[in-house]
Write a protein that binds this ligand. Structure first.
Ligand code: GLC
Length: 602
């Protein structure tokens, strides 16, 4: 009972500790953690072992299930939040879960996982950082480290210690709906940014999860199982050498630098689902590269595999190297399938002991076993907002600036056109409060682009007008609607095509008709085809998905209060019929090359 009371108290009432919590993997000793894990595994029953291999989703379980099944983990899927989605509601939920875990024979805490991929993006009012495609434009990955560290601190404050980040895909075809989760098409750039992001997450005291292993960003257009004719969760059909160079080797680098968990990819490599791919999950990742953490499956991915039924798929994937099963809804079936496989000798005791040892090793390594609910630490939200704004400033890429139109004058008279001007939700993109994000997203703080420009100009003697003919310059804010995963797959990447904001066309027309100097800003997770439209713009800025502080950050670079330092992490196609990186290179139909970016004239 004492431990129970302590956990509950800690979850709800612990006094704010001001010590910086840092999970420095270099200090924490994998060997000591693994030895402690092995000692516990040697005392565990088959049921306890099977329970530790299960990750259920919070909406599809009862708190008491944690005690009954000795569950190893619980997750929040995108947008799955407790109560009124306050810090206290999160701490209360996790405190109750850890109290239930304390009631089990061995008292092993659950590890709670969320997709905090650009801030604690499930939490109402969270500071939202730029998505990865923007962070990939930031020099030397500086934005990625800051975003990782502040995100880790933010999830710990709510009792969460594991984030399913960073995604280390090297997206090769920007029609993929998850391009914005990729740092770059270039694996070297991905590795540099991912290392920064992971170090930031560990520095902030949370457990990282590098994903999706492997080849998620290399699927062939038209091979998607999820969105027939498109890309997500499709088949990566390339020679093995290219598979290593573009999609695999970044995992080795991250593992050598302390990666603790890996998430398997829904996609396939040359027709073999990665979730059942023993060669890569075990022979390469664990045996050759000596990965000592654990592999978690993706959300209900196991049922997509080639077994003749669900139970067979569980056995197939566990034997291939999956250690923890993210089976949000069918978790009881998965639990029973593991026990069945053990009883029938279809899953060896060694395999189960290895999986559970890996899981407990990470629980020891991360400090979870000693502190099931992280002590509450106050946050200086203004300071975090400032970090997010600086990170966003470092992502913007100046692609055109005729007659040095930029930086604009503080007393300029500006007309703002375009659908990206009036939505913080568009600035944040997907994985924001809701899984897919929302154009109108009241739970997100921050200003719209129009609000930030108006506030700045009114303070500096300038003005905003609704009439283009009265303006010195037109700010044209175009963009994409928020989306996530396969919902973001696109065949038509024009400004009026798939996932483009409906108001883009009218705004482009209005700006052209006005015949005034126009600065176009594109708020999107990936490049779009602008080869015709750009001819009538004097200046053009790629803003990516800059987050809740993106509007103020944009004002700062447009008015020269911060420099343009971003460089393109993706090739920018000139035409919709050659958009994947290879086609762009092969055909030469390129508008801007990988790495391009003008320096603003300050
Ligand atoms: C999703 C994503 C993965 C995410 C997981 C949990 O389907 O593929 O990136 O971490 O489910 O939300």
């Amino acid at each position: 009972m004492k431990r129970l009371a302590l956990i509950l108290w800690c979850a709800l009432f612990s006094s704010p500790a001001f010590s910086e919590t840092s999970l420095s993997v270099a200090v924490a000793d994998w060997n000591a953690s693994e030895a402690k894990a092995k000692a516990i595994v040697s005392r565990m029953t088959p049921e306890e072992k099977a329970g530790q291999m299960i990750q259920a989703e919070r909406r599809y379980m009862k708190i008491s299930d944690i005690t009954r099944y000795c569950l190893g983990s619980v997750l929040s899927g995108g947008g799955s939040v407790p109560g009124k989605n306050t810090v206290a509601d999160w701490r209360n939920m996790i405190g109750q879960m850890q109290a239930a875990a304390a009631e089990t024979r061995l008292g092993i805490p659950v590890i709670y996982g969320v997709d905090a991929v650009h801030g604690h993006n499930n939490l109402a009012g969270a500071v939202i950082f730029p998505h990865n495609s923007g962070l990939g434009a930031s020099p030397d990955g500086r934005g990625a480290f800051t975003a990782g560290k502040e995100t880790a601190k933010a999830i710990r404050q709510t009792g969460v210690t594991w984030t399913f980040a960073p995604c280390i895909a090297a997206a090769q075809d920007i029609r993929w709906g998850r391009t914005y989760e990729s740092f770059s098409e270039n694996p070297g750039k991905v590795t540099a940014c991912a290392l920064s992001a992971m170090r930031g997450i560990h520095d902030g005291g949370a457990v990282s999860c590098i994903k999706h292993f492997a080849g998620d960003g290399g699927t062939l257009f038209g091979t998607s199982q999820k969105t027939p004719g498109l890309l997500d969760q499709g088949d990566t059909r390339i020679p093995e050498e290219e598979f290593y160079e573009t999609h695999l080797n970044q995992y080795k680098k991250l593992i050598d630098n302390g990666a603790m968990t890996v998430m398997a990819s829904y996609s396939s490599f040359n027709g073999v689902k990665m979730h059942e791919n023993y060669r890569y999950l075990t022979e390469v990742l664990k045996n050759r590269w000596q990965f000592r953490g654990f592999v978690v499956s993706d959300y209900a991915a196991i049922e997509q595999c080639s077994g003749k039924n669900y139970r067979d798929n569980v056995i197939l994937c566990v034997n291939a190297g999956i250690d923890m099963l993210m089976e949000p809804i069918r978790w009881k079936q998965a639990y029973r399938a593991i026990l069945y496989g053990m009883r029938k000798g279809l899953i060896s005791r060694e395999r189960v002991d290895d999986a559970v040892t890996r899981i407990l090793t990470v629980k020891f390594l991360s400090g979870l076993m000693d502190e099931p609910v992280p002590a509450y630490e106050e946050t200086d939200t203004d300071a975090v907002r400032a970090e997010a704004r600086k990170a966003a400033e470092s992502t913007f890429v100046l692609l055109k600036n005729e007659e040095n139109l930029l930086p604009l004058k503080p007393n300029a008279k500006v007309c703002i056109l375009g659908p990206a001007a009036d939505s913080v939700g568009v600035l944040c993109g997907g994985w924001t409060i809701e899984w897919l994000g929302k154009t109108v997203n009241p739970a997100v703080g921050g200003k719209t682009f129009r609000e930030a420009v108006t506030q700045f100009l009114e303070a500096g003697g300038g003005a905003v007008t609704d009439h283009p003919d009265e303006a010195d310059v037109i700010l044209l804010a175009l963009g994409e609607e928020p989306y996530a995963e396969f919902f973001g797959d696109a065949a038509d990447l024009s400004l009026y095509g798939d996932k483009a904001l409906k108001g883009n066309r009218a705004a482009v027309e209005a700006a052209r008709k006005a015949g005034k100097a126009t600065v176009a800003v594109l708020v999107a997770g990936r490049p779009r085809i602008v080869s015709e439209e750009i001819k009538s713009w004097k200046a053009f800025v790629m803003a990516w998905l800059p987050g809740s502080e993106g509007a103020d950050a944009l004002v700062n670079v447009l008015w020269g209060r911060a420099p343009f330092v971003g460089r393109l992490p993706f090739s920018w196609p000139a035409a919709n019929d050659a958009v994947d990186a290879k086609a762009v290179r092969r055909t030469g139909k390129i508008l801007f090359s990988y790495g391009f970016g003008l320096r603003g004239s300050l």
